[in-house]
Each structure stands twice: as structure tokens, then as C-alpha cells.
Design a protein around this ligand. Structure first.
Ligand SMILES: Nc1ncnc2c1ncn2[C@@H]1O[C@H](COP(=O)(O)OP(=O)(O)OP(=O)(O)O)[C@@H](O)[C@H]1O
Ligand SMILES: [Mg+2]
Length: 343
């Protein structure tokens, strides 16, 4: 609008100048020529100004389109980021479920032995009872028969009892590990006992290949923390040693050492004697989706979850080391008492 007013005013000035030139027909030629030149150059400058205004309008329109396009792209990028975040969350959830699945498999395997023994003892006792019942009904029971039966009954019942006790104890400890994994409850627990329980639940995976595990942990460290998170960290380390560390056919060693660097800080060193992690990968292993087994079972989330659990609920830090004697070592440092959750 302002432009039009400006152009109108310029137009008027030009008309007035023209009138002035006509009105000065009698003036000396030099003045008239001067005036004509002035009017001419003023006219040119007005035309140039209009051209510039048109160019500027065009540029402004282009800028508005670009801005609009940028806004659209930004919204699209934000949407993509949201999608990626929720995909990541569901993958993390899937990984939790997968490791729970492996745990359940381990539990079934471990419990199979005591339950199997108890079952065959019970069936042996049932047969022996049936035999003695027959003798009793036929009124043909001797003292020796009765003594033999008593011995069988004592042996089998004590085996049934001890194996049921073993199964019950396994169920108790696995239940603890399994529940803690999903409920992420903060509570007091004995660190060494808990590490042993977790490793026991992974036992079948390790024993199958003959690997050995040693745990060096000074007793009496009570943690107020998230045992479920800790057990998931350990089982991810163990799974990685099995999948990535040990060569096929190799009988590997896993060593877990716990020490207290400061009064309320616990340092857990997990080391395996596997093939190690090449220098160029060491800086990336905690990144989500970094895996050297893409397409053959690796999702690259295991160590990312470890990192999140250690730096998140456990309130500590984790690093990877490359021991001079080979293999891989992870060092987890966590406070003995974690901050209570903010509600
Ligand atoms: N103990 C180890 N020995 C050798 N390499 C390892 C070890 N632990 C981890 N790595 C390397 O670090 C990478 C990332 O491990 P991470 O646990 O995050 O993913 P992944 O095991 O490949 O997949 P996922 O755990 O999701 O099944 C692995 O692909 C492997 O190259
Ligand atoms: Mg892994």
C-alpha cells in the first residue's frame, strides 16, 4: 500500500515536472535542456525503483514459500524422531522380554534334574509299597521283607525331600531374579549372593560349552538398589561373552570381581577370555543398534540397555577395557545406596 502511495506521489511529481517544462517554453534553451535531462533521469530512477520493488516482492514470496517448506520439513523431522523414539522403546522392551525368555529356559533346564530324581524315587517307593501290600494281604510278610521295605522307604523319602527342597530353592531364587527384572523394585539385597543367583540362572548356557565362572566378592556388601537392573546387566555381559567372545570350541573363563573403591561405591569388574573387541569398535559398543552380528541375531541393544541401566536406575557408570592379556573387561561402578526414586 505504502508503495502505491509512493508511486502515486512520484507519478504526480513527474506530471508536475512535465507541466513545468511546458510552462517554461520561453526560458533559455540551456535551462529547458537541463530540466528535460532532470525529468528524464528522475523518470528512469522511478522505473528502476519500481523494478526493484517488484524484485523484492518476488524474493519475499519465495522466502515465504521456503519458510513454509522448512516448517513442514521440521514437523516431518520431529514426527520421524518421535517414531524412532517409540520404535526404540518397543525394541528395548522386546529385548527385556527376550532375556526373560532365556532366563525361563534356564530355569526349566535347571529344575528338571531335582524334579526328575524326586519323580523316579516316588515311583520306586510306590512299587515297593505295592509289593509289600501284596505280601501283607497274602499274610506272607516276613521280618526281612519289612526291613527291606523300611530301608527303601527311608532312602527314597529322604531323596524325595532333598530334591524337592533343591527345586523349591531354585524356584525361590529364580522367582526373585525374574520378578526383579520386570518390577524394577528398589530394595536391600546382599550383593554377592545376588550375583551368584543370577549366574546360577544362566548356568545351563555356560555349562553346555564347559566355560568356567569364578566370582571373587567380599561378603557382607548390602546394597540398597535395583537388583533386577543389576541382574540384567550381568546376563547381558554373559550372553555377549558366549555369542561374541568365545570362539567355537573354546573353553572360556569368566571372572567377576567386586571391590569397594570408596566406602559407598562398589566396583564390579566382569572379564572374559574371549577374542576381545577391536580398537575401532570399542567407542561404539554402547551405542544403540551397534552390532557386529547384524542379520544373524544381533540387534545391538544389549550394551545400550546395560549403559542405560547403569547410568539410570543404578546411578553409576560403565566402561569397557581391553586387558593386555586379551579378552574383554567391563567395569561397572555403582553407589551402594542409590538415590530413592523421584515420585
Ligand atoms: N564380550 C565380548 N567380546 C567380544 N565382543 C563383544 C563382547 N561384548 C560385546 N561385544 C561387541 O559389542 C557389540 C555390541 O554388543 P550388544 O550387546 O550391544 O549387541 P549384540 O550382542 O550384537 O546384540 P543384542 O545384544 O541386541 O542381541 C557386539 O555386536 C560385539 O561386536
Ligand atoms: Mg548383546
Amino acid at each position: 500500500m505504502a508503495d502505491f502511495n509512493l508511486f502515486d506521489a512520484e507519478e504526480k511529481t513527474l506530471e508536475q515536472a512535465e507541466e513545468l517544462r511546458h510552462g517554461m517554453a520561453d526560458a533559455p534553451a540551456a535551462i529547458r535542456d537541463g530540466l528535460a535531462t532532470l525529468i528524464d533521469s528522475y523518470g528512469r530512477s522511478v522505473r528502476e525503483q519500481r523494478r526493484l520493488v517488484r524484485v523484492s516482492d518476488r524474493l519475499q514470496a519465495q522466502l515465504a514459500t521456503v519458510n513454509h517448506e522448512l516448517g513442514k520439513r521440521k514437523a516431518e523431522a520431529e514426527q520421524a524422531l518421535d517414531d524412532l523414539k517409540s520404535a526404540q522403546e518397543s525394541l528395548v522392551q522386546a529385548e527385556k522380554l527376550a532375556s526373560l525368555g532365556a532366563l525361563v529356559g534356564g530355569v526349566a533346564h535347571e529344575i528338571n534334574t531335582p524334579v526328575g530324581i524326586a519323580l523316579s524315587c516316588a515311583s520306586h517307593l510306590a512299587d515297593a509299597t505295592q509289593d509289600i501290600k501284596k505280601l501283607f494281604e497274602a499274610d506272607d510278610i516276613g521280618v526281612d521283607d519289612f526291613k527291606r521295605y523300611m530301608a527303601t522307604a527311608m532312602d527314597t523319602t529322604s531323596l524325595i525331600l532333598s530334591n524337592c527342597e533343591r527345586a523349591a530353592q531354585l524356584i525361590r531364587s529364580f522367582k526373585q531374579v525374574a520378578v526383579d527384572r520386570t518390577s524394577s523394585e528398589r530394595r536391600d539385597f546382599d550383593l554377592c549372593a545376588y550375583i551368584r543367583e543370577t549366574l546360577a540362572s544362566l548356568g545351563p548356557h555356560l555349562r553346555q560349552a564347559g566355560h568356567t565362572v569364578s566370582i571373587d566378592c567380599p561378603g557382607g556388601i548390602t546394597m540398597t538398589s535395583y537388583p533386577g537392573a543389576l541382574s540384567q546387566v550381568l546376563s547381558n555381559f554373559v550372553m555377549n561373552s558366549l555369542v561374541h567372545g568365545f570362539e567355537p570350541g573354546q573353553i572360556g573363563e569368566i571372572r567377576i570381581e567386586v571391590d569397594q573403591v570408596e566406602p559407598d561405591q562398589v566396583r564390579l569388574t566382569y572379564a572374559d577370555t574371549g577374542r576381545g573387541i577391536p580398537d575401532q569398535n570399542r567407542g561404539r559398543i554402547f551405542d544403540p543398534f551397534f552390532t557386529t552380528r547384524r542379520g544373524i541375531g544381533g540387534s545391538g541393544l544389549g550394551l545400550h540397555i546395560v549403559y542405560n541401566l547403569v547410568t539410570g536406575p543404578l546411578g553409576g557408570n560403565v566402561s569397557v577395557e581391553s586387558p593386555a592379556k586379551g579378552g574383554t573387561a567391563f567395569v561397572v561402578t555403582v553407589p551402594q545406596v542409590t538415590a530413592s526414586p523421584t515420585v
